[in-house]
Design a protein around this ligand. Structure first.
Ligand code: SAH
Length: 253
């Protein structure tokens, strides 16, 4: 039997945000691999084997998934959100590039999921309605100086910015450094969205301005969205706000 590796995205949390294609891919799998917290969200069927691993072992997990598929198994490797956004798909292709030539014959399919920034944006309006970018704030795989440089240049370019992996127990202070950069470059009135645990029971979304935003509220389950100078806070009848970034950009003549 020919093996197949499916790299699937579970979305940010709730079952209803899992695509039918991902559900089918999970049902067809003989082996399920992933970080324990993600695998816990997948019902285990009688014919399936579960291989849970620690969050940090991405490359070895990728190799394990590839080896099983090369041996003829139907394998699903799961990520939260979308598997191509700061997640397992890139680890798999990195492993294939470094691995034996036979791995390049493997059938690999990437099944997309709803990534955190899209779910977060949908909660508050349309903050990503104009040009935006996503920056992984972790310096595990790149130097912090480069993170700061990209943040500065993205702000200068006028992008709305979604920040993934903004903080962790091992990196509690970098989000404060990142906010210092943002405060240097953007006006205090810039809208800031802190979207935490979107789609999960403990979801919490705060909309504020750069003047009021508190980086101490940001943890590893948070997706901050930094507005651009053009992003608007739109006051609703009940005093709460929508946030949107206008599609049209007015360039001074
Ligand atoms: N592949 C995932 C991202 C992995 S990086 C995706 O596409 O969403 C992990 C980071 O994503 C977290 O640190 C957090 O910043 C963000 N994130 C993931 N799920 C989230 C959720 N439900 N709510 C808010 N942020 C989330």
């Amino acid at each position: 039997m020919t093996g197949h590796l499916r790299i699937v995205g579970l979305g940010p949390g709730p079952e209803k945000w899992i695509t039918p294609e991902v559900s089918e891919g999970l049902a067809e799998a003989q082996d399920l691999l992933g970080y324990t917290a993600y695998l816990d969200r997948v019902p285990l069927r009688a014919h399936q084997q579960r291989h849970a691993s620690d969050n940090r072992e991405e490359l070895s997990r990728a190799r394990h998934a590839i080896e099983l598929a090369v041996a003829g198994r139907q394998v699903a490797l799961v990520s939260g959100g979308d598997p191509g956004v700061f997640a397992m798909a890139a680890a798999v292709f990195e492993a294939i590039e470094k691995g034996p030539a036979i791995w390049r014959s493997l059938e690999v399919t990437v099944l997309p999921g709803v990534t955190a920034m899209l779910a977060a944006a949908a909660r508050v309006g349309a903050p990503l309605g104009a040009d935006f970018c996503a920056i992984n704030l972790s310096d595990n795989l790149k130097p912090w100086a480069l993170v700061e440089k990209r943040l500065k240049l993205a702000i200068e370019a006028g992008f709305v910015i979604a920040l993934y992996n903004p903080a962790s127990k091992a990196r509690p202070t970098q989000i404060f450094d990142a906010f210092a950069v943002v405060r240097e470059k953007l006006p205090p009135s810039t809208p800031i969205i802190l979207a935490r645990a979107i789609g999960r029971p403990d979801e919490r979304v705060t909309i504020s301005t750069l003047a009021d935003a508190d980086p101490a509220l940001i943890d590893m389950q948070t997706l901050p969205i930094i507005g651009s100078a053009a992003t608007r806070l739109l006051k609703r009848a009940d005093g709460s706000h929508w946030v949107y970034s206008p599609r049209r950009v007015e360039v001074p003549a």
